[in-house]
Design a protein. Structure first.
Length: 135
């Protein structure tokens, strides 16, 4: 079969959701992953955004949820290309890991982290040590 077997969708929990469209995607015979947008993993934890993320995931039924480490919103403003990378420290990694566990517990879905965007490294860990400490 030459059909696509895996699909990765990116959504912001703050945007309107087309529930019927998500149900159609969920019914199609391929696996999906859900790449969240607008979820901070390094500083501010917003339970309301995470709850919306969970309700979208419940409609889509993805294999997993995912997000890059770092901060993507400031208040209600999406930072886009101006996202804030995490401090590469043990304390920051542990805090990010705790946020990931909260997201998994809140949504009931597996949550994977992607490597953080590193433009100007701050901290005493390299990126690989930081990622290992998140886990």
């Amino acid at each position: 079969d030459e059909r696509i077997s895996f699909f990765n969708l990116g959504f912001s929990p703050n945007e309107p959701v087309d529930a019927e469209g998500l149900r159609k995607i969920a019914a199609y015979p391929f696996q999906t992953a859900f790449h969240a947008v607008d979820i901070n993993l390094s500083t501010e934890f917003c339970p309301e955004r995470v709850a919306k993320l969970g309700s979208i995931a419940d409609l889509l039924n993805p294999v997993w949820l995912e997000q890059d480490l770092g901060d993507w919103v400031f208040g209600d403003s999406y930072l886009g290309n101006h996202q804030v990378e995490p401090d590469l420290t043990l304390a920051s990694a542990q805090a990010s890991g705790e946020r990931v566990r909260k997201i998994q517990k809140t949504t009931g879905h597996c949550f994977l982290v992607e490597n953080p965007p590193i433009y100007l490294p701050r901290g005493d860990l390299d990126m690989w040590s930081f990622l290992l400490a998140v886990g």
